[in-house]
Design a binder for this molecule. Sequence first.
Ligand code: SF4
Ligand code: SF4
Ligand code: SF4
Length: 195
Amino acid sequence: MSVDRINDILPQTQCTLCGYSGCKPYAKAIIDDNESIDKCLPGGLQTAQSIAALTSQQLPDHLDEFKKPNTKVRIDPNECIGCTKCIQACPVNAIVGGPRLMHDIISDLCTGCDLCIPHCPVDCMDVVSSNASLPDPDYLKLQHNLKLNTDEKQRNRRSSRIQVTKDRTSQQTMSLIELAIQKAKERKGHTIEES
Ligand code: SF4
Ligand code: SF4
Ligand code: SF4
């Protein structure tokens, strides 16, 4: 059994709720260290059953282990300064907002992973208890992939803007050099004429 096959089953939210730094390290621990298959809370029972079918591990009897996390994050609308740092940190697009606008949590999508909280510069995010269940693991995976695509597009746009700025700066520098050479030539011409 390969790590990649287990990794493919996991929801890929990279939420770290399993106690590992992401889905692949958890998949590796299942294969290499016989780690328990009930650690992925967003994946829930459905994911654990799929992993059990591929490994020799049995599903634990205590199915309570698969209870979804009963916390979500809430943003204080009076404190949020719209810095967008939390949006960048959320692996599943569970935060909406824009620069200098108040942000909000899409509660149905929030896995309660808390990854956004340390990024808030004004400490306006709180963990609240919730009875809502998590969305389907495949839907979380889709949201994470959408997030990755958006991040990549933004990186590409940023690097194009940097390149255009570099090109303009380089053209301006060349123009200044050419101008300086031209002026130097003119000065030299005057000096020869005067002598
Ligand atoms: S989605 Fe599951 S396996 Fe991936 S990091 Fe979160 S808890 Fe771990
Ligand atoms: S809003 Fe925060 S706690 Fe909820 S999923 Fe996104 S990063 Fe995790
Ligand atoms: S990190 Fe905090 S202040 Fe910045 S947008 Fe998110 S909730 Fe608002």
